[in-house]
Design a protein around this ligand. Sequence first.
Ligand code: 5AD
Ligand code: SF4
Length: 478
Amino acid sequence: MRDLEVNNLTGAEETKLQYEYMEQAKMLVKEREIQAGHKLTCCVKTFGCQMNARDSEKLLGILTDIGYEETEDEHADFVIYNTCTVRENANNKVYGRLGYLSNYKNKNPHMMIALCGCMMQEPSVVEKIRKSYRFVDLIFGTHNIYKFAELLCRSMESNSMIVDIWKDTDKIVEDLPVKRKYSFKSGVNIMFGCNNFCSYCIVPYVRGRERSREPKDIIREIEGLVADGVCEVMLLGQNVNSYGKNLNPPVSFANLLREVNKIKGLKRIRFMTSHPKDLSDDLILAMKECDKVCHHMHLPLQSGSSRLLSVMNRHYDKEQYLALVDKLRAAIPDIAITTDIIVGFPGETEEDFLETLDVVKKVQYDSAFTFIYSKRTGTPAAAMENQCDPKEVKRHFDMLLKEVQEISAAKAYALEGQTMEVLAEEQNEQDPSLITGRLSNNSVVHFPGTPEMIGHLFQVKLTECKGFYYLGEVDADA
Ligand code: 5AD
Ligand code: SF4
């Protein structure tokens, strides 16, 4: 594993270099196309979070630019898995699917297989792939993803597995091609990495230290997206609340939101994820002031036990978290609050778990992602000796899930009959007479409409709640 990049190019010079590699890659793809006798296809599979989804759009941008045709089918000529390693089961899925890919590759001599993303930042994973999955052509990590075009050229010209993983980087490379999954909405990275080192989490080890993009680069990207038909952006970072602290001069996330809110033609702004310890009063004020910012806050709790929160290295306790929720609701009464919760962190007692359940009941989350604690080698929690009994963990997990689901169903039904603002996003796949849109709180609504409505906001009456989604109709009187 390399410590840092080997060249001293600036971000702009690196972008230029990568475009040169894309030109070279175009020729290599053409040659292979002639050999294969058909247009080459590529398939990008994403595991994990929204950050990875955005990275995959960048990979696909390069692949389609150099001449590959996109397909969902893993029988493609180029398959890349953009992996996640936040929990063990994410890793297992990748190994399982690699087995299938080797069969496909045996039948297609032109096929190339690449692996990238968080899982590849773990030396033990790369070791295992080198040994047991020798048919993989290219492996790279999270820090050199912008070198994809260059690595692809190297891989196409080589007969052996290319592995290039870096420990960290301080570089941010802008302006490489992107192919978005949705025409009307897009993720936008505002920062990379995480400095928090929550004791259970592997992310800081695989995504490196926090680096924020310059506000001008973010604004320029969003303006470009809006010009290309995007009406909603999701500002992405592991901890957006600490955005800009290391920029010169520093810029707060609240002020970034205010700037993004001024962009003409943009309709909605979302962001993810907020760490409770860094959520400032000014951010709450900015959310209230900025008309485009959705009234939705994803605020990971992880545990309701102050004792466990301290061992988790979260830097807040149960009371501070509840006070924050009160503050948010006082400022923005209709705000939707969602969360992440871990069950079975080492040493979790019945008492600790009941504290979590208590917070869930008090906060009344609109929705919550619940996870069973997964031991990640290299994190402080993995070395803790008091790992929980899996049977108890499962019992707690089921109890929590039931509570969470009951609350979110009740919250969803409470909106039935109300008229709310909906962004029309796409034509319904099953019934083309319907448009599918989203409320500010991210819930899905299907309502009669036509494709011209896509990208516009409507007042929609939520006539029927179907549990996870609504049926509605445009409210002409509203
Ligand atoms: N085990 C289980 N869940 C985890 N998460 C992060 N690390 C782990 C782990 N080791 C969860 C946290 C985080 C979400 C993205 O994944 O709840 O907020
Ligand atoms: Fe992991 Fe904590 Fe960073 Fe989130 S804030 S990515 S949970 S270390």
